[in-house]
Design a protein around this ligand. Structure first.
Ligand code: ZN
Length: 199
């Protein structure tokens, strides 16, 4: 980084910490930002800070939201018998884009991964159980990622939720194995939802 003036090195260093941004891309972005008017940088910095300050977890579904409860939880038109459990807030965006799901969501904020030291306690499962006590869901669709951690999480949820009388289903395979739900195309994800199977 000794080729850069210190403030440029700092900016490149920060950008490199972002997912999917390697050193070359970070350098390209940094020089792009420096070539733009000051107002553009201020707008970018403000947008980051505003999002960090105003966005919080929905107290019901743990989705990221400005309003609490979030817009989906506040929507009385949705199907109160269906709950879809996902790993990340961005998975809700993917599911909504399919236009196939009319129920509510719950975000776990991760998946069970013993290798990474992530057990059920690290996920928003306690929040899920508390919420279930006060709602009338009948079917819980587990839409965790189609990988080892996602499957382990689905089986764990089935084990604790089935005895409570819920119908537990898992979105069908057909999604790329080892992949991320958020990157699945809308048609594939929609079909996967329609073809869900009992766990
Ligand atoms: Zn919500």
């Amino acid at each position: 980084m000794r080729y850069f003036a210190r403030p440029i090195a700092r900016l490149v260093g920060q950008l490199t910490k972002l997912p999917g941004i390697g050193p070359k891309t970070a350098q390209r972005l940094a020089f792009h930002i420096l070539g733009e008017p000051r107002a553009v940088s201020r707008e970018l910095a403000d947008a980051i800070l505003e999002a960090k300050e105003k966005i919080k977890y929905c107290s019901r579904c743990c989705n990221l939201t400005e309003e609490d409860p979030c817009l989906i939880c506040s929507d009385r038109e949705r199907d109160g018998k269906l709950l879809c459990v996902v790993e990340h807030p961005q998975d809700i965006v993917a599911m909504e884009k399919t236009g196939e799901f009319q129920g509510y969501y719950h975000t776990l904020h991760g998946s069970i991964s013993p290798i990474d030291g992530i057990g059920p306690e690290e996920l928003k499962i306690k929040e899920l159980l508390n919420r279930l006590e006060e709602s009338n869901f009948e079917e819980i669709i587990v839409a965790t990622d189609p990988n080892v951690e996602g499957e382990a999480t689905a089986l764990y949820l089935a084990r604790i939720l089935k005895p409570l009388g819920y119908r537990i289903t898992r979105i069908a395979h057909g999604l790329p194995i080892g992949g991320d739900l958020e990157y699945a195309d809308e048609v594939t994800l929609g079909k996967s939802l329609q073809g869900r199977k009992e766990l």
